[in-house]
Design a protein around this ligand. Structure first.
Ligand SMILES: [Zn+2]
Ligand SMILES: [Zn+2]
Length: 126
């Protein structure tokens, strides 16, 4: 007769999954932010798949900031090549030079000054 009940077993399994996820996330961030460490091609491929999923989730959230090279206004989304948006008049150049930073883990543009990347959840080193 086992001394451990089903509920306790489920909790142990839950804890295991959570710890594995945590370990995986740490590896993922490490792989993307530093060149040291020995990671296999398989690990790198999983990390890349994670990045792509983060990318899709971020774009679907509607909060994503377009790449400067996309030529899209970050405020209204219309195509705009100039310093200022031709549709809404916002200062695109200043926005990209001061208001945006790129996450080193997922490479997404996020609003500058935050503690965490809103696209992938990594903490910024400041
Ligand atoms: Zn605009
Ligand atoms: Zn990120």
């Amino acid at each position: 007769m086992s001394s451990i009940n089903t509920k306790a077993l489920e909790e142990l399994k839950d804890s295991k999954v959570k710890l594995l996820i945590e370990l995986g996330l740490i590896s993922h961030y490490q792989m993307r932010t530093s060149c040291i460490g020995s990671f296999t091609d398989e690990m790198r491929s999983i990390s890349e798949q994670l990045r792509i999923i983060d990318s899709k989730l971020y774009e679907a959230s509607g909060a994503s900031i377009p790449d400067k090279s996309s030529g899209k206004c970050p405020h209204c989304g219309s195509s705009s090549e100039g310093k200022f948006c031709s549709s809404c008049g916002s200062d695109i150049e200043t926005f990209y030079s001061k208001g945006v930073e790129q996450c080193s883990v997922c490479n997404h543009n996020v609003s500058a000054g935050g503690q965490y990347c809103i696209a992938c959840g990594s903490k910024f080193n400041r």
